[in-house]
Design a binder for this molecule. Structure first.
Ligand SMILES: [Zn+2]
Length: 309
């Protein structure tokens, strides 16, 4: 079965202020990298817009409506200190989440082995009713709940290797024993959450913080010592990856020193767990990554691993 690659041109129409790191060129760089010959076998799909009732698996309807109402006719509006909306942002956010949901559908139906969803805005900082940190809807979290709600899967895991802690995903799943949220991230760093003792009401939150300057060996140790054993014990029926590539050495927003092979390694370890407990079901959703070369090359290594290359 092929690996599915989902994106949508509407995700380029979410505009951010000049100089903002979360910019449309991020997606263009990934698309260029995945246009190379070795990615020909990918099954390619355009992201549908997510229906509000699916987004409402994680966010209240009045939050969704408030973001729609906040969408400007022209120019940009500021939603939080570093999160803005342009006229295309709401549609981009609907496509971002819809892409993740489509990927779940295709992977569960076994029309694809697994999937990478290259969309923006990102999602993992979006809390239940609060947009922040470049994020509007928490697409990865919604995809996990959707797999349970729509496809009857019992246990979902979200594994987040973005360099920032996914405070939004932690918030959404804090009291939900059916979802395990696992994160490696630099600490201290934005948004400030993600300490090891933040464990959720059911010990279902697994935080493995790293320190500024840490690289591949420390990252792999955190996976081997903390995240993979917990995933093994939880035995998820699907694994959603919050795939941020801003832990790359070249990234301007953080100070970890991962390289492309580290992302490929983590991808393979997650796939091994999915093969063991989840019939291989892995849906990976783009989060951060702000150096275009580090981002695109890491995403290419990640997708190559998903293709079992
Ligand atoms: Zn990030």
């Amino acid at each position: 079965m092929p690996t599915l690659f989902v994106t949508h041109p509407a995700c380029l129409d979410h505009l951010t202020p000049l100089g903002h790191p979360e910019r449309p060129d991020r997606l263009r760089a990934i698309n260029d990298a995945l246009a190379q010959e070795q990615f020909k076998p990918l099954l390619r799909a355009q992201a549908p817009a997510a229906p509000f009732e699916s987004i409402a698996l994680c966010h209240p309807l009045d939050y969704i409506e408030a973001l729609r109402a906040a969408t400007p006719q022209k120019g940009m509006v500021r939603i939080d200190a570093d999160t803005t909306m342009s006229p295309g942002s709401f549609e981009a956010a609907l496509r971002a989440t819809g892409g993740a949901l489509h990927a779940v559908d295709e992977v569960v139906a076994k029309r694809a082995d697994n999937a990478f969803v290259a969309v923006r805005p990102p999602g993992h900082h979006a809390e239940t009713a609060r947009a922040m940190g470049f994020c509007l809807f928490n697409s990865a979290a919604i995809a996990a709940r959707y797999a349970q709600d729509h496809h009857g899967l019992t246990r979902a895991a979200v594994v987040d290797f973005d360099v920032h802690h996914g405070n939004g995903s932690q918030d959404i799943f804090w009291s939900d024993a059916s979802v395990m949220y696992c994160s490696t991230h630099e600490m201290p760093l934005y948004p400030g959450t993600g300490a090891r003792d933040e464990r959720g009401e059911h010990d279902n939150i697994v935080n493995a913080p790293l320190r500024s300057g840490d690289g591949g060996p420390q990252f792999r140790d955190a996976f081997e010592a903390t995240i993979l054993p917990r995933l093994r014990a939880f035995a998820p029926d699907i694994i959603v990856i919050s795939a941020g590539f801003d832990a790359h050495m070249r990234d301007p927003l953080a100070s970890l020193n991962l390289l492309e092979p580290d992302f490929a390694w983590a991808t393979q370890k997650i796939m091994q767990q999915a093969d063991a407990s989840a019939q291989g079901r892995v849906v990976s959703v783009l989060e951060g990554g702000y150096d275009l070369e580090g981002l695109s090359q890491s995403a290419a290594a990640h997708v190559t691993a998903l293709m079992r290359g």
